[in-house]
Design a protein around this ligand. Structure first.
Ligand SMILES: Nc1ncnc2c1ncn2[C@@H]1O[C@H](COP(=O)(O)OP(=O)(O)O)[C@@H](O)[C@H]1O
Ligand SMILES: [Mg+2]
Length: 233
């Protein structure tokens, strides 16, 4: 389809005998925020890790911009414009904010990109010399997103960014995500929290135990509470 920047077709991810993802098909278009919802153990993180080249793909395909990246290396996938903000953030607490951001820079990233991240998250500019471990949870999540943006991606994979954050901090973070999507960046947003992701999403996929259970426009799901009660357990 025109404008499709990420396309999973019948993706299957297996760790030995554990079948984490058992045939997932989804598309993300340019500038879209696509929510991938599901309870714990649904296979959401495995999906993102497979896209990033760090979880074993058993079958199916992953394409970006006409390029088949199903068997590409993690490095090649970053070069293809995909950046991953992992569950739990995984920032380097003993390094400064600035050093963490520099680690995200690749051949795609430039000092312009650092300026862009600082404009998006002024807090990271203010705290550039501070050790990342001294930041609040919300600031650490901003740093994890900022680090991913340093590679100048076209697609951002976000794994449960709201986890452990206060509602007001989540709203602030997601407002920034909406802003970058409106500039043309595509976001695949993994969440267990339907209330957080529904208002933001252009399209919603719901998975459980490795399979797709539902998909549609956010408006097709009555509301976040019903969606959560039906699918998210
Ligand atoms: N590295 C791994 N080795 C073996 N099993 C795994 C591994 N990572 C995840 N799993 C299993 O795969 C399934 C899906 O996990 P995951 O993708 O983390 O789900 P979610 O992110 O939706 O909570 C779970 O049953 C989990 O225990
Ligand atoms: Mg997960």
């Amino acid at each position: 389809m025109r404008d499709t920047v990420l396309e999973l077709t019948d993706l299957q991810v297996e760790y030995g005998r554990v079948r984490a993802v058992q045939g997932l098909t989804l598309q993300v278009r340019r500038g879209q925020i696509v929510a991938l919802l599901g309870p714990n153990g649904a296979g959401k993180s495995s999906t993102l890790r497979a896209i990033s080249g760090v979880a074993p793909v058993r079958a199916g395909s992953i394409r970006t911009g006409g390029q088949d990246i199903t068997r590409a290396s993690a490095h090649e996938i970053v070069k293809a414009g995909i950046a991953h903000v992992p569950e739990g953030r995984e920032i380097f607490t003993a390094l400064t904010v600035r050093e963490n951001l520099e680690l995200g820079a690749t051949t795609r990233g430039t000092t312009d990109q650092l300026d862009y991240v600082h404009t998006l998250f002024p807090r990271l500019a203010e705290r550039r010399s501070q050790k990342a471990g001294t930041l609040s949870g919300g600031e650490q999540q901003m740093l994890a997103v900022g680090r991913a943006l340093m590679s100048k991606p076209g697609i951002l994979l976000l794994d449960e960014p709201s986890m452990g954050l206060a509602p007001i901090v989540i709203r602030e973070l997601l407002a920034r995500m909406k802003e970058i999507a409106s500039e043309g960046l595509s976001i695949l947003l993994v969440e267990q929290n339907a209330a957080v992701s529904l208002p933001l999403a252009d399209h919603v996929y719901v998975m459980a135990t490795g399979r797709l259970r539902a998909s549609g426009e956010p408006g097709e799901f009555e509301d976040a509470a019903v969606l959560a009660a039906t699918y998210l357990g």
